[in-house]
Design a protein. Structure first.
Length: 94
């Protein structure tokens, strides 16, 4: 079963580590809270994630695509799912 995810690519804010402009901001249910009552915020930063192999696909996506469209939405969704699962250390929602 998929987890409800909120994604912001238009105004994702700044990285909480280095204050650089973020590529995207994602909110996902925190699996450590019953029923996903709490949310965890994940920010993709072009500087902080530069050497992170789990974010390579998403960073390449943003380098190639200036906007999210119907034509590239499936690719984007798969990359988001991969990054959330691998980079954020979030366990799958049960």
């Amino acid at each position: 079963m998929g987890r409800p995810v909120e994604i912001d690519t238009r105004s994702p804010g700044r990285c909480h580590r280095c204050s650089s402009p973020a590529l995207l901001r994602i909110e996902v249910p925190d699996p450590d809270w019953p029923g996903g009552a709490a949310r965890r915020v994940l920010v993709l930063c072009p500087l902080c994630h530069d050497h992170d192999p789990h974010s390579d696909g998403l960073r390449a996506f943003f380098a190639l695509h200036s906007t999210l469209t119907v034509d590239n939405a499936d690719e984007f969704g798969a990359l988001i799912d991969q990054w959330i699962t691998q980079d954020s250390n979030l366990r799958p929602m049960e």
